[in-house]
Design a protein around this ligand. Structure first.
Ligand code: MG
Length: 177
């Protein structure tokens, strides 16, 4: 069976407004273009994943149940576009807690690669922070910076390395072939 290509999406600042520690539905503001963007990528044959750091869980700001509730909202939002996500991977840890899940660890990407027989060199990570770009490098994927969320600031940061940069997820979805 030939290997599949994937898009690994960061969540906050890519899919929804990054209000900081988004755990409640009223603060989960999905960008208007997300359904269209993910439909395009899906039509191009990419499997879609989300990989998100949610240290708000370990900090006690919200629970994994809250996180899953937001992801149910996203799943419902995407249905009319005929889009489904293969998996949503969540790291609940803060940076100081030893673990191998939190980005920039490539652990979730490697788990996905094994389960879905992915060609990581032909896959992309789309994110707005350096942790996303570093995960891309650590996993051997192409790193795509989006200027939504914190992306404009990240673009100016020293050491920010990326292969492509776009204003939004929709522009990236149109450009990636
Ligand atoms: Mg982000």
């Amino acid at each position: 069976m030939s290997k599949q290509r994937a898009i690994f999406l960061d969540r906050d600042g890519v899919i929804n407004e990054d209000h900081g520690y988004v755990g409640q539905p009223e603060r989960f503001e999905i960008f208007s273009y997300v359904g269209e963007a993910l439909r395009l990528l899906s039509q191009k044959g990419f499997l879609l994943f989300i990989v998100t750091n949610q240290s708000g869980v370990e900090r006690g700001y919200y629970t994994m149940e809250d996180v899953n509730r937001l992801h149910d909202i996203l799943t419902e939002h995407l249905k009319p576009f005929g889009v489904s996500l293969a998996e949503i991977y969540v790291s609940p840890y803060r940076e100081s807690t030893p673990n191998d899940l939190r980005k920039p660890s490539p652990k979730f990407v490697f788990m996905a690669a094994e389960k879905y027989n992915l060609d990581l060199a032909a896959s992309y990570v789309l994110g707005d922070r350096q942790t996303d770009l570093k995960m891309a490098h650590n996993a051997g994927c192409r790193a795509v910076l989006l200027r939504s969320g914190a992306g404009k600031e990240t673009e100016k940061e020293e050491g920010a390395k990326f292969d492509l940069v776009f204003d939004t997820l929709l522009e990236a979805a149109r450009a990636i072939l």
